[in-house]
Each structure stands twice: as C-alpha cells, then as structure tokens.
Write a protein that binds this ligand. Structure first.
Ligand code: NDP
Length: 291
C-alpha cells in the first residue's frame, strides 16, 4: 500500500482564496497584532510568515518587538493597549515566552474575542468541557481537524492516538478529537509500551519534536497519520514520523513540509477573519470547536 498524501499546502491554498474573498467583503480589513519577546530566530521566522500571509489575504498586521528582558508589566501593558485598539481584531503572543515571565497571566490579558491563537485559559477550559464553546481553537490542532474533514477521514468512533501532550498541540488535539467522538489515547514520554497504543490506532497524530521517531512497522495498516513535527536535520526538514516507511503502511499521511504547517498559518487567518467579522459586522462568533 502507498498512502494517499494529505496535501496541506493545496488545502491551505483553497482556504486562502476563500479568505481573500471574505476579507474583501468587509468594510475595513481585519487586523492582526503579534507580540514577540526576545529575538529567538525560529520565533522571528514564524512571525514573518504570519505577516506575509496577512498581506497575501488582504489583512493588516502590526508587530510589537520587545526585548528579551522586558518585564511582566511592560508586556502586559502592550497587550492592554492592543486590547483597546479597535483596528486590532486578533492578538497573538508568540510562545514560548522567556522563563521570567508569567505566561498564564500574559495570555489572560488577551480579550477572549481577540484570542485568535485560542490560548486564553478560559478558551482552553471551554475546549476541555462538554457542551461549552471556546471562541477560538488553537490553530495547529484546528488545522489537523480541518485536514481530516477535507479528506473525509472517519473520526467518529475511530481509535485515535495523540503522541505529545503540549498545551499548544497535543492536549488541544486530543480534546478536539474527543469532541469529534474519537476514542482518544494521549501518550507521552512516560508512556509504557507506546507501540501497543500505536498499532491499534486508526488515527495517529505525532507532535513530539523528534525526527522520524515513529516508523511504519509500529502503525496499524490502513491508518491515518497526521505528522505535526518539524525537525531540522542535515537532510532538511522532517517530521516526527518516518515518511518513507509509514506511507507503505498507512492509508493517508501528511508530508513534512507541506502537511500541517501551512494549515496552522491559514487557521490563524481564519480565526482573525472571524474575530473581525464579529467586531465589524456584529456577526456572532461561530463555535470553532469543529476545527
Ligand atoms: P513540546 O516539546 O512542547 O512537547 C513534546 C511532547 O512530546 C511532550 O508532551 C513530550 O512528553 C512528548 N515526548 C517527548 N519525547 C517523547 C517520547 N520519547 N515518547 C513519547 N512522547 C514524547 O513540543 P510541541 O508540542 O510544541 O511541538 C511538537 C512538534 O510539533 C515539534 O516538532 C514542533 O516543531 C512541531 N510544531 C509544528 C507546528 C506546525 O504548525 N506544523 C506547530 C507547533 C509545533 P512529556 O510531556 O512527557 O515531556
């Protein structure tokens, strides 16, 4: 078997076109503000990609660069200022923050209706609870769900294994799959016999940060592999799943690059558009829970 490639780049192109049309229909462009504390090169590169995509779909963007030593009060003051700015519909705090800052307090300063990254503790709490609707869902897991929907991959009743439990990817991914009625197992660095979970999984989401960590022989034939990992190696970017061996076993697989990465960016644009639609048109925020 050679798996069908889940082409995140192609799906994101379709979404970008739809976003351009919806942005053009607004009385004024949506605005996204980014805040970066420190000068981590990877974070700077992610921020640049976000601003480039904003321009591409017709959105405004502005960036607040803060020194690595910025105090808690200084960072919170910037967020309070952005929260009050009617031209800013979405606020993104680039994570991780330097260790001296209180991440939870800073994320809590973002108004719920501008929390386009979905990391406000209230939005995360709502995502975790049955019958509650977060205003926004974190972009990477939302992008993974959108890929599953686009390729009509059965989720309800499926056995899903999420590898990795970070606040940014693994945990919200497990919560979204649970909302979509998968039977979810969340595995991590302390899990014993991970292969016993993997070889029963209909859907595997890998968000570990270790190059080619999961190999084809560990997977259930006919499964779907969503590889979130981005690892820089001498041979270029690779995922957390060994693509060559996994594609011979799985029925669907995301490549790295060109799988989940482009979806993360476009989901951020979609969240910002929804925030602007609420602000500019008074349109109620639709629950973001389905991704
Ligand atoms: P973190 O480092 O925050 O989390 C990694 C998770 O993997 C942890 O939960 C950890 O377990 C688990 N883990 C580590 N080693 C093992 C192991 N040997 N067996 C099982 N689980 C293990 O990473 P992130 O979630 O932020 O990112 C994960 C990957 O996704 C990275 O490669 C990152 O670059 C990529 N990424 C990609 C994005 C995209 O848009 N495509 C967006 C965000 C991230 P424990 O909790 O026990 O330590």
């Amino acid at each position: 078997m050679s798996a069908q490639i889940i082409d995140g780049k192609a799906v994101s192109q379709i979404m970008k076109e739809q976003l351009r049309q919806q942005v053009a229909a607004l009385p004024s462009p949506p605005g996204l503000a980014t805040v970066l504390v420190g000068d981590d090169p990877a974070s700077q590169s992610y921020i640049r990609s976000k601003h480039k995509l904003c321009a591409d779909v017709g959105m405004r963007s502005l960036h607040h660069q803060m020194s690595a030593g910025a105090s808690q009060a200084e960072v919170e003051a910037v967020i309070v200022q952005l929260a009050a700015d009617p031209g800013v519909h979405g606020i993104l705090i680039q994570l991780p923050l330097p260790a001296h800052l209180d991440e939870e307090c800073i994320l809590s300063r973002v108004p719920l209706e501008k929390d386009v990254d979905g990391f406000h503790p209230v939005n995360v709490g709502r995502l975790a609870m049955k019958g509650r609707q977060p205003a926004f869902v974190p972009c990477t897991p939302a992008g993974c769900m959108r890929l599953l929907q686009h390729y009509k991959i059965p989720v309800s009743g499926a056995r899903a294994v999420v590898v990795g439990r970070s606040n940014i990817v693994g945990l919200p991914m497990a919560l979204l799959l649970n909302h979509a009625d998968a039977t979810v197992t969340l595995v991590h660095s302390r899990t014993k016999d991970m292969h016993e979970h993997l070889n029963r999984a209909d859907i595997v989401v890998a968000a570990i940060g270790k190059a080619n960590f999961i190999v084809g022989s560990q997977l259930k034939p006919g499964c779907c592999v969503i590889d979130v990992g981005i690892n820089r190696t001498p041979n270029g970017l690779v995922g957390d799943v060994d693509f060559a061996s996994a594609r011979e076993v799985a029925a669907w697989i995301t490549p790295v690059p060109g799988g989940v990465g482009p979806m993360t960016l476009v989901m951020l644009m979609e969240n910002t558009l929804r925030a602007a639609q609420k602000s500019l048109l008074g349109r109620e925020l639709q629950p973001g829970i389905s991704g």
